[in-house]
Design a protein around this ligand. Structure first.
Ligand code: MTE
Ligand code: MO
Length: 399
């Protein structure tokens, strides 16, 4: 059994025939994925949203919680929750995906949280925009990175740390970045960062720091563990790699029919079958979703819905409404801002299922030209991997 690992040694890759360990099972049981049938919801019910917690959920009291803004600012600030709640309030629908999604399907398997392809969820996050707060504090001209510190504490490959992530100033100043205190209209739950977390639309999950206590502006690039060591795309242990940032395009199939208990192979009756699911990209709007029923040999176009299904938001008919769903918070103070750049979109495909065995999958492409590979993209951490999903389906002989 391993005890506390050492950062001077590279993270481990599983041996070719090595199964999932008890330690990986322990992580998987703490950090659950989205049950794929929950792809049916535009907004994921809170208890079905995936979870990723590196250490322990900290014990925080919302009534006494303080956020400090310091470092390279003219006027350091300290705010309590009441002060944050008095500031301008915005609700945004945002899809979060863990950067390690799909890791357990890689060969060789990077040993860490062993995700299949379901570490995703979409929530309506309510909070106050970060940029005006940073402007009030007065960013120094030499500001480079903004570091967000969580109240959780642990040790990772021998490095004791508070969970911390640095974000370039240009990203921290984007109007969509929120200090969120509510999720789906209710106060944040402990596991999702109560009482305060960061939401950085378009970025992989690691950037959305939970249990936020401190925002520190640096005049240099942040070199803490989660930026400099952990979340990097490396081809080998001695490759310095590049930072993990935005979400690569991905489409997931909401598995049709009903499952076999152990294998989760789907059983589908012959006849017309609507294959549907969700797709997203943190880089650029989606341009296409295609569907395969033969494991990626042939592809057919799916129909892509707008991010905001027509009529879903009763009062979304003013200027700025439309397929992109953007509108000013002033026009509907309590309505969510649904922007298809940051929230997943539903797609569907009409399949006429005939008896036999199939491997379903879907492939998203975005306006930046990024798409999903059918051969695994591999890096040592198993990050930002968007290999096409494989859903085994048996279409029965009779109706
Ligand atoms: N303070 C803190 N913030 C954190 C983490 C953490 O362990 N500690 N995990 C990050 C990672 S890796 C992910 S994928 C997201 C998961 O957010 P969720 O659990 O609300 O889905 O939170 C991020 N924020
Ligand atoms: Mo993550």
């Amino acid at each position: 059994m391993t005890t506390v690992e050492d950062a001077s040694r590279p993270s481990r890759l599983a041996d070719p025939d090595e199964g999932i360990s008890i330690e990986e099972l322990g992580l998987a049981a703490r950090n659950h994925a989205l049950p794929l049938e929950a792809l049916r919801y535009d907004v994921t019910p809170v208890g079905l949203h995936y979870l990723l917690i590196h250490y322990d959920i900290p014990d925080l009291d919302a009534g006494r919680h303080l956020l400090t803004v310091d470092g390279r600012v003219e006027r350091p600030l300290t705010l309590d929750l009441a002060a944050l709640r008095e500031r301008p309030r915005v609700t945004r629908r945002v899809t979060l995906e863990c950067a390690g999604n799909g890791r357990a399907l890689l060969t060789p398997r990077p040993v860490s949280q062993p995700w299949l392809s379901e570490a995703v969820g979409t929530a309506e996050w309510t909070g106050t925009p970060l940029a005006p707060l940073l402007r009030e504090a007065g960013l120094a001209a030499d500001a480079v990175d903004v570091v967000f510190t969580g109240a959780d504490h642990g040790v990772e490959r021998g490095v004791e740390q508070d969970y911390q992530r640095g974000l370039p100033v240009s990203e921290a100043l984007r109007e969509e970045v929120l200090l969120a205190y509510e999720m789906n209209g209710a106060p944040l739950l402990p596991q999702h960062g109560a009482p305060l977390r960061l939401v950085v639309p378009g970025w992989y999950g690691m950037a959305h720091v939970k249990w936020l206590t401190r925002i520190t502006v640096l005049d240099r690039e942040f070199d803490g563990y989660q930026n400099a060591v952990a979340y990097r795309l490396r081809t080998s242990a001695d490759d310095p790699g590049v930072p993990v940032t935005r979400i690569e395009p991905r489409a997931l199939v909401q598995p049709p029919g009903f499952p076999d208990f152990m294998s989760r192979t789907r059983v589908v009756r012959p006849g017309p079958c609507t294959v549907e699911g969700r797709a997203w990209s943190g880089y650029a709007p989606l341009t296409a979703v295609e569907v395969t029923t033969d494991g990626g040999v042939s592809w057919a176009p799916a129909t892509l819905d707008p991010a905001t299904p027509t009529g879903h938001l009763g009062n979304d008919s003013g200027p700025g409404a439309g397929s992109v769903g953007r509108r000013s918070p002033e026009s509907a103070p309590d309505g969510p801002v649904v922007d298809e750049r940051w929230a997943w979109r539903r797609w569907r495909y009409e399949w006429s299922a005939t008896p036999g065995r199939y491997t379903l999958g879907a492939r998203a492409t975005d306006a930046s030209g990024r798409t999903q590979p059918i051969e695994q993209p591999w890096n040592r951490g198993g990050f930002a991997n968007n290999l096409v999903q494989r859903v085994a389906v048996v279409v029965t002989a009779e109706r």
